[in-house]
Design a binder for this molecule. Sequence first.
Ligand SMILES: Cc1cc2nc3c(=O)[nH]c(=O)nc-3n(C[C@H](O)[C@H](O)[C@H](O)COP(=O)(O)OP(=O)(O)OC[C@H]3O[C@@H](n4cnc5c(N)ncnc54)[C@H](O)[C@@H]3O)c2cc1C
Length: 267
Amino acid sequence: MHSIVCVKPVPDPSRFDKLRLDPETMLLRRDEAPAVINPLDRGAIEAAVGLKRSLGGTVSALTMAAPNAEEQLREALALGCDRAYLLTDKAFAGADTLATARTLHAAVRKIGRFDLLFCGGYSADGSTGQVGPQLAELLGIPDLDFVAKLEVKRGRLRATCRLDSGEAACEADLPALVTIAPQTGAPRLTPMRGIQGALSRKITKWSAADLRLAPKTVGLAGSPTRMLNIFTPPSNRKGEILQGSADEAAEQLIEKLSLKAVRGGAR
Ligand SMILES: Cc1cc2nc3c(=O)[nH]c(=O)nc-3n(C[C@H](O)[C@H](O)[C@H](O)COP(=O)(O)OP(=O)(O)OC[C@H]3O[C@@H](n4cnc5c(N)ncnc54)[C@H](O)[C@@H]3O)c2cc1C
């Protein structure tokens, strides 16, 4: 069983208040915020390593990011991945989801045969949830999203997918792609022994040329999405805390709402 896990380094969500945008490029200043493994990708690593334990085989971690993402890939190795691939090139900067999926697709093709491809359901920063399904489309393989539970038997994937309205039991032939739902699998603390072992492990690095990708198909140049503006909307609404018991507060609220309706000419 050969699994590949797409691991995105994201700014540490606990430090989002420190994040700044580059006023010219409208892109996040990623070099200013400490990065961590995208939380849902930790769940994906756990699921892939769990399958390896029960079925044997290998797990590869795959990242498109700046060179300093080696740190997150070493953590993925410490968590039980066997190989790590870093797609890094100035040409990849500013990629939207399609350009990201295209770059990951070229790398998966170069890695070769695989049975299961894992992505997180969404990233903690862009949070579009688009890369997994786009990658499956480019690879021409089935895609099961927001997977909470999975098993592989006789080359067939069975999974429980989380939906807004409940859960669905889904099946697919391998190779396939799954995106991992929140709260799936309890991510472990990175084992010390794993960290020590990972420090000396080789990380394979590929550029756009190694992937035979023309610069105009990747990064900002290869992205149909244009970030025209991004801003924090001014909040001019003021809050009011209603005093008294719940009943008294409810009374006050009804009065305020009906007053508002009358003033608004709704009646
Ligand atoms: C605030 C913000 C808003 C954005 N809005 C948009 C937008 O509307 N449209 C758009 O096209 N782009 C947008 N982007 C850019 C987008 O973040 C990047 O394209 C990014 O590389 C992939 O999109 P995502 O973060 O939404 O990933 P998602 O699709 O949410 O990620 C899902 C999974 O895909 C895998 N994955 C994603 N990126 C990588 C990677 N670099 N390396 C390895 N695996 C990866 C991971 O497994 C991840 O869990 C936005 C970025 C930011 C910071």
